[in-house]
Design a protein. Sequence first.
Length: 198
Amino acid sequence: MIDISRILELQQDSIVQWHKQLLTKENSAPWSFIEENTKWNFLLWHEEDIARIRDIDPLRIVEAKRNIDRYNQARNNAMEIIDEWILQYLIGKQVQAPDQIHSETPGMMIDRLSILQLKKYHMQEETLRTDATEEHKAICKSKVQILDEQIGDLATCLSKLFEQLEDGSLRFKVYRQLKMYNDPSLNPQLYNRAKVSQ
């Protein structure tokens, strides 16, 4: 259905490249959707770093928080698009959907892989710091190994899920995130403020 090794390669290569220049290159489905999900996680990671700085202009923290909300919404949208593509693929293959359902969708698992790849990249950076102690670098090296194991385990689970979806022994649904905080009609802080200003 989707080559797991290519997912991992796309995520890893994109993260390395985007630390130099953020340029997307994929233009065909499902790879453009997977790349987009990775891009939003990449942007989220760095805005969250900024939001945690204490001695920074408060307006930049506000900007970071708003970016985080926006990027997180886009990240969730990308997950749903990945899942929609997979469902259409299965319909095209005329795979009969069984009763047994998997609660975590492929898009969610691909998203988790993307986050693990980001953690690994930044943990690997810590092992190369010239201003860090040898103890710090050794601890970070051991964490890179743990992250490698987690990535491998999750990739194996995703591969198994793809097999079960294709052979019709398992199904999933697109779980809409239904985020409320970005919607002025659902967030009471926004719609109550709008009432007061009228």
